[in-house]
Structures are given as C-alpha cells and as structure tokens.
Design a protein around this ligand. Structure first.
Ligand SMILES: [Zn+2]
Length: 326
C-alpha cells in the first residue's frame, strides 16, 4: 500500500470517528435522565440480558471438507429499496440507488461469481423479491446459490418492538420467499442484523437451520436462547466484513476499494491460518458497482491462490459444522 493510500485511509477513519462520535453525542443528549439504566440492575438481571442470545457450544470443526483449511461463505443482502419504502421516505436518491441493486448490481455480481465459479448465499427482503421477481430465477439458474430470509420490508425489529407484528411479518416473509424459490428457506438474517428480544425465539420456532445476524465469534456456534441450546447454528457476521460501513455510510467518499480489499484479505489470511470460517456480507447496490465488483473478483482470485479454500453457501457450512463439530 502506498503512503498516500495509508494517509487516505487514516483520514477516512479519523473522519468516520469524528462523525460517529458527533452523532453519538447528538443522540445521547435527550436520554440524559436515564443514561445508565444498567447501573440499577442486579448481576442476575444483567446476566439475563447479556445471555439472552449466547454461545451454547462452539462449532469450529477440526477439518473442512476435502481437507480444506478454511471455509469461505460469501453473502449478499439484496435490500434494494425495501428499507427506503419501509421508512416511507421515498426520496429519489435512496430509491434509485436501491433499484440499481436489481438492475445492474445483482447481474454484475452473478457474472463475477460465474466467472470465478463460486457459490454464495443471497438474503432477500420479501418486498424486494416481489418488486423485482426476475432476480430469483437469475440467482437460481446458476444452480449453486442459496436464497434466505431477510425480513418483509427490511424492517428494523428493535425499533418495531412488537412481538405479534414481528411474527406476522416473519410468517409472511417465509410464505412469499417459499413460493418464489419453490422450497422453504433454511437460513435467516435479520434486517440490519438487528434482532429484537422476540426474534431468536421466532427464528428457532420457525425451524431455521441457521441464523447469520450475530457476532459473538469468528467461527460458527450453536445459539443459546435464555440459557437453553436452540439447535440453530450461528454463522457470525461483523461490520468489519460488511461493505455497508465502507461504501454505504461513506457515501462513496472512500478513496479506493482496494483499501477495503486490504482489510478483507487480511481477515481472510488470519481465518486461513486459524482454519476458521470467513463470512463476508455485501450488497449488490454497493458492491455491484463497477470498481467494487472488480476488487471482489480480485479478492476471490487471491483466495484461490491458496491451497485448500472451501467456497460454500451458508447452508452447506451450517449443515457441515453441525455434524462435524459433534
Ligand atoms: Zn439488509
């Protein structure tokens, strides 16, 4: 990396820090009266909050299929304009940026995955799937990708905070996506990775094989809900390995995608050394742009230079770790 790039990255990170600190201060001000409700809670009460969702058991296998040294699970959240429609603020910029995901972003991503011959998992809000139904056969025609649930209209479940409404939306989402893809999806990813206190129970009761919305480990684990194993596999995500903080919040102001590639490939290198799981989250309306799809191709090509990389869907990884780690 050149010095100018390093300076560019440092400047970007500093600006992000200043911005996020400023936002935190601005948001924190009205809540001053009860800024630390945790102070008044007993250790038992804190423990029950802390372990509402937790690690029942680690699911890091000793070996991956065919002697592979690392599992790479690429994922794409096809939110498109669903979150904009949910908020009822249909400005032309967010609306058309979302449309780009269906029009150019997804087709370009599928071309990259085709060229590199690797599978991926696609999580789609039901409304996004209904508004661009052509996306489903485009993904399925490749015969190696997976489609999972990603909310009804990219609703933020923490903000919704309504158990009955949340259940209704989950049921509707499963119904619509099941009809669209011709089978019941086995994977769940909460919109914005934001689970309410009701979500995990509803996900377990719906019979999902896995969730991919939580962050307690780099590697897969079985989720515990309020102290009890759920049987649901977690394939953990992280903001570090998500294109949205770099390309979304930054509004395209990041100097160059290869700075992001540096983070992604360093994360991969350590996952490789540790024999772990590498889950990358992207969005066709961010990473589907020309310059970013280009580095995605380079990243996949780089991974392929190492021996023993297992590219798999989330479903394949979840099925494997559930058995292999037992
Ligand atoms: Zn999303």
């Amino acid at each position: 990396m050149r010095t100018s790039q390093l300076l560019g990255l440092a400047g970007f990170l500093l600006a992000s820090f200043v911005l996020s600190t400023g936002q935190m201060m601005a948001q924190a001000a009205p809540a001053k009266q009860n800024a630390f409700p945790g102070i008044g809670l007993s250790l038992d009460e804190l423990k029950s909050q802390y372990q509402h969702t937790y690690v029942a058991r680690r699911l890091k296998p000793n070996k991956w299929p065919n002697g592979a040294r690392v599992a790479v699970a690429l994922s794409f959240d096809i939110d498109n304009s669903s979150g904009t429609l949910a908020r009822g603020t249909p400005g032309s910029e967010p609306m058309t940026r979302g449309q780009y995901g269906a029009i150019d972003g997804l087709p370009r991503i599928l071309r990259v995955l085709d060229k590199e011959n690797v599978p991926a998992s696609f999580f789609i809000p039901a409304v996004a799937a209904a508004l661009n139904p052509e996306m489903i056969p485009a993904i399925q025609s490749k015969k190696r990708h997976e489609i999972g649930i990603h909310g009804w209209i990219h609703e933020n479940l923490v903000e919704l905070n309504d158990q009955a409404k949340e259940q209704e939306l989950l049921n509707k989402s499963i119904e619509l996506i099941t009809k669209s893809i011709g089978k019941k999806p086995v994977g769940y990813r909460a919109p914005s990775w934001a689970m309410s206190t009701y979500t995990m129970k509803q996900v377990r009761d719906a019979g999902f094989l896995y969730d991919s919305s939580l962050m307690a480990s780099d590697d897969a684990y079985e989720i515990a809900l309020d102290g009890k194993p759920t049987g649901v596999v977690e394939l953990p995500i992280e903001r570090i390995l998500d294109d949205a903080p770099y390309f979304g919040a930054a509004n395209g102001s990041l100097p160059a995608p290869d700075l992001v590639d540096k983070i992604y490939s360093d994360e991969f290198d350590v996952a490789y050394q540790e024999g772990g799981l590498y889950v990358l989250t992207m969005h066709p309306f961010y990473t589907g742009h020309r310059s970013r799809a280009l580095w995605l191709e380079k990243l996949i090509a780089y991974m392929k230079t190492k021996p023993g990389v297992w590219f798999a869907t989330h479903e394949d990884v979840a099925r494997y770790v559930r058995i292999a780690a037992e």
